[in-house]
Design a protein around this ligand. Sequence first.
Ligand code: AMP
Length: 315
Amino acid sequence: VGHRIVQGGSLFNKSTLIDQSVIDGIESLCDLAPLHNPAHIEGIKASIALFGPNVPQVAVFDNAFHSTMPPEAYMFALPYEYYEKYKIRKYGFHGTSHRFVSKETIKFLGLDPENSKVIVAHLGNGSSISAVVNGKCVDTSMGLTPLEGLVMGTRSGDLDPAVLEYICNKENISVSEMVRILNKESGLLGLSKGLSSDFRDLNEAMNNGNPDAKRAIDCLCYRIIKYIGSYVAAMNGVDAIAFTGGIGENAALVRKTVVDNLSYLGITLDEEANNERGEDRIISTPDSKVTVAVIPTNEELAICQETAALVKNQK
Ligand code: AMP
């Protein structure tokens, strides 16, 4: 049985067969992922109770793929003692998806796995983007928690950290209440004045002239454009950009808005291909300097593959 585990912190940087010490490790990271890790432990325990001790259980960590990031990418510019004492750093999430999609992109486009620069934009209710050099992650937009980075369904993504104290004082609310608002009431939902966290609703409202929906979608696209630009800089180039996730796979408007703003890289969109639906496909023109593709993610398949490979190796 393969379990998706959101936070492996610095304890786990690859998929692992589960024993009591692994359960204890996941438990010790609960305060870094309070919504996820406690539920994972319940799931593991239920699974062991159901299938018995002879069925191997495997933990597949959401941050494992990002463990290859260099310190300059994962360090926050805080007093270093917080890293030493509490391991405060960028961990990144959606790693199973970023690993799967970057691999698929390299395979689908026939890139050289040992000489390739790929950006994966996983855009869904939760969204993150990663820079992958030769199959290894060198940067990603989510941080210590999944709150950092892009504008998401209900999460704010990046903001000036001083905003927290300012709003807490003005509204007389606690820091934890503010963090809840940043996680649950911000992003597309917040920007659209509570209209919806769902892209489809906002797209429809925008088409009907709703300015709140337009604001939310504009901010979503703008942040993606900025991140792609910064990751091209981080990698000193890019060979391919892959869109995935519910929005990345389905929202032609978002892909068009983003790709039209990458003309400085010599990228041109094939409008017809962008409007088509389907499986793995290229949406840039043949003469585009960088290939842009839509590569549907499949986290369940990736977890199955990791689990099967690990169990096989043990036999
Ligand atoms: P995910 O978290 O990957 O399931 O993605 C959820 C997001 O994808 C939501 O914002 C949906 O509105 C969006 N989405 C799903 N299907 C479509 C679609 N056909 N067109 C546009 N957006 C979609």
